[in-house]
Ligand binder design. Structure first.
Ligand code: MN
Ligand code: MN
Length: 297
């Protein structure tokens, strides 16, 4: 059983862009410029961003993307997770890496990458997702680190980043097994020994996705929803993608209203509960009976 050719192409594009941005990232750079560069490079190679580029720094584990006019800058000493996705006609891949500008966390970053590699080595048809979690948490423990247990990898389907099956970052019983023809993102997040090993919601909400195309009885909200549907379908998008559609404050209010109406869902930034540093690596894989392919290698 093989998967759509578009997955392979999207995988090459995403890995190429990830490699380039990780080499280019430096203290002094704006997160907004990094996000724009990643998204532009995905487009220039013939794909579309599958979700807004996430640049999550230090104790922010995930789901931070630049806001409109964001002045946040990478600093010396930061541990920076860059998480990006590319899709072609809805066939999408998801990949991430961590760049550290603090040698104190080199070990954490190396252990996280190793945890991903160990999980990929184990991944084949009929292996339970809980066993991937087990190898991730064992690898973390071997180096004195902890997995973030309330973040997980996920199955991927056309136009669906999180398609229902979770790949935990710790052992869990009663989990489903990997299937031939399946596409899965594996993404260990590790923190230090004094971390809580959990994330909590942070203060910023810059990422949204469409839940349903309902009528709101407000013409400008209806138009915004139609624009979102025609541009992004159900894939996540950032507030800054809609820059110029409305004045900034008005746009933020409109998005908040649409969340209240359950036409959109929002994704808050996610922060390590004890405020400790987090590292992340992620690849998208696909499985055949006798073979595992890393699409974002
Ligand atoms: Mn990701
Ligand atoms: Mn993912």
């Amino acid at each position: 059983m093989s998967i759509a050719e578009e997955y392979y192409k999207a995988g090459q594009i995403a890995s190429d862009v990830r490699r380039r941005i990780c080499q280019a990232a430096r203290p002094g750079m704006k997160v907004l410029d990094l996000c724009n560069t990643v998204e532009d490079e995905i487009r220039s190679r013939g794909a579309e961003p599958a979700f807004p580029c996430n640049v999550s720094i230090d104790e922010v584990a995930a789901h931070y993307t630049a806001e409109i006019d964001d002045s946040l800058t990478i600093k010396n000493g930061n541990v920076v997770k860059i998480d990006l996705g590319a899709h072609i006609s809805g066939y999408l891949v998801d990949t991430a890496a961590t760049v550290t500008f603090n040698p104190d966390y080199d070990g954490l970053v190396r252990a996280t990458e190793e945890a991903l590699n160990e999980a990929i080595k184990l991944a084949r048809v009929d292996v339970r997702t809980g066993n991937l979690g087990e190898v991730i948490s064992n690898t973390a423990a071997r180096y004195g680190y902890r997995p973030i247990t309330n973040l997980s990898g996920h199955s991927i389907e056309s136009y669906r980043v999180h398609a229902g099956i979770s790949i935990p970052n710790t052992w869990m019983g009663g989990t489903p097994s990997l299937k031939a023809g399946g596409v899965y993102a594996i993404e260990p997040f590790l923190t230090t020994e004094h971390g809580a090993g959990q994330v909590i919601d942070g203060p910023t909400r810059e990422i949204y996705s469409l839940v349903g195309r309902k009528k709101t009885r407000d013409k400008s909200l209806d138009e915004l929803l139609e624009h979102i549907w025609s541009s992004y379908r159900t894939l996540p998008f950032a507030t800054r993608y809609l820059e110029g559609k409305m004045e900034k404050t008005e746009l933020k209010q409109a998005l908040t209203k649409l969340v209240t109406l359950k036409a959109l869902r929002s994704y808050p930034s996610l922060i390590e509960a004890n405020g400790r540093i987090v590292a992340q690596f992620e690849h998208t894989i696909t499985l055949e009976e006798e073979r595992t392919t890393v699409l974002t290698v």
